[in-house]
Design a protein around this ligand. Structure first.
Ligand code: CTP
Length: 422
């Protein structure tokens, strides 16, 4: 047959044949590391899946792979530095890329070097990648990639934990052999893993609470006995912070009023710090009228010393003991329930050691709530300080008992219920 044995003429294949990322705008930040070359495969796959990808690189990344590779794959210019000048106009080319922070649906930093993770954890912005990450209000995902010892170093682990707490997505690195010969975690995950992570993110962040104004309270309160002592409880604030983070990720405009906790502020959340139940009441009342949803996850102290001493109480003259007179604190949720305006959705939390569901249902109706989240307080579910929680979500129509879940997942389940009631 004519032509047999000869190579066929090249066919033009459509790189955007896939669909599951169609229309998704992904800003990829590439930082320095041997794995930077693998980002080229990642870009190719994302483009194939229908995504619109733009790439920015740190100077170190350009030592490992040329910007031209990414611009060929994306058919877009690649930003590499903040200060390079347009020869014709003299304006800084890099600063023009800042619009990418608002253009994108998410920013992915892969590989994310130890240096870049450290900068992000501290809000440094000395190159195009870190500037854009700082300016970006959309989800920012990092794929920590480095030599195993650098990854396992306490400083790197701490920086990753800080970023996670603030709501950055973290794609755990793969384990394997490194260019250095070390074996361990720190390798860039397979393209498939990264793509699946992004897909899950896009499926989840449907922004179904877009522009919903939501107030969340969290943490314990401290009720002073004297200038150096206080009464409090074991609340860590993690459940309230998870709720604030999840709501912000779903597009809500979140205000977080929190008692004293040692947690990072979730991204895109307005945080107000308070100390006592009285302070919390004042902060909540001030903003309550503008809210569509109010969720009181704080473990507000029920009692406070009636007369806190203005000087440190000395042991001398106490006859071996100390009696404190306590007074009730304001019941913030009770007040919100009494004054509830039409259109406000009120969510309370309850912690019961016995008769949980019936007690919680009673609280739901007594405090005029729409939803109450019952924490199961058992040996298996210590609630306080844990990253997991077992709850039952109760509203006027019924109850849903959840298994033990990560608090961020519990938060999303609570938000699903809220979403249905809105
Ligand atoms: N709450 C509040 N103000 C207080 C105390 C609690 O707003 N002074 C809120 C909490 O944020 C939580 C809910 O009320 O959402 C808990 O209800 P509450 O009746 O106080 O529960 P308990 O403190 O567990 O009450 P009890 O000890 O009577 O079970």
């Amino acid at each position: 047959m004519a032509g047999e044995g000869r190579p066929r003429a090249a066919e033009r294949v459509s790189l955007s044949a896939g669909t599951h990322m169609r229309g998704k705008r992904i800003l990829l930040g590439v930082t320095g590391g041997i794995a930077a070359y693998k980002s080229a495969y990642l870009v190719r796959e994302l483009v194939r899946a229908g995504a619109d990808v733009r790439v920015v690189m740190t100077e170190a990344a350009t030592e490992f792979i040329a910007p031209l590779t990414f611009s060929a794959l994306t058919k877009q210019p690649v930003g590499t530095d903040l200060w390079s000048r347009d020869q014709a106009t003299g304006s800084a080319i890099g600063t023009r890329h800042i619009h990418l922070a608002t253009w994108c649906d998410c920013m992915l930093i892969a590989p994310a070097s130890a240096n870049t993770l450290a900068k992000l954890a501290h809000g440094l912005s000395d190159n195009l990648v870190t500037v854009l990450a700082l300016a970006c209000r959309k989800p920012v995902i990092v794929a920590p990639t480095m030599d195993a010892d650098m990854f396992l170093n306490e400083a790197t682990q701490h920086n990753i934990a800080v970023l996670r707490e603030r709501g950055f997505g973290v794609i755990p690195p793969a384990e394997g052999e490194h260019a250095s010969g070390l074996y361990g975690p720190g390798r860039l995950p397979e393209v498939e893993v990264i793509r699946a992570f992004l897909k899950k993110l896009f499926d989840r962040t449907a922004e179904d609470l877009r522009k919903v104004k939501m107030l969340v309270t969290a943490g314990p309160t401290h009720e002073p006995i004297d200038p150096v002592r206080y009464i409090s409880n074991r609340s860590s604030g993690k459940m309230g912070f998870a709720l604030a983070l999840a709501a912000a990720q779903r597009g809500a405009e979140v205000t977080l009023v929190t008692g004293p906790v040692s947690l990072e502020t979730p991204r895109n959340v307005k945080r107000i710090d308070v100390e006592t139940a009285e302070h919390m009441r004042a902060a909540v009342v001030k903003v309550a009228r503008q809210q569509r949803v109010i969720a009181m996850a704080a473990a507000v102290a029920d009692y406070a010393p009636a007369l806190p001493a203005d000087r440190k109480i000395k042991k001398d003259g106490q006859n071996g003991g100390l009696e404190l007179t306590l007074k009730s604190t304001p019941d913030i949720l009770g007040e919100l329930g009494r004054k509830k305006r039409k259109g406000t959705l009120l969510v309370g939390f309850a912690l019961e050691t016995n008769d949980g569901v019936s007690n919680a249902k009673e609280k739901l109706s007594k405090k005029n709530l729409d939803v109450i989240v019952l924490n199961a307080y058992t040996a298996q579910n210590p609630v306080f300080g844990s990253d997991r929680n077992t709850v039952t979500i109760i509203d006027r129509k019924g109850e849903e008992e959840l298994p033990s879940l990560e608090k961020i997942e519990v938060a999303n389940r609570i938000l699903n219920r809220i979403r249905k009631l809105l």
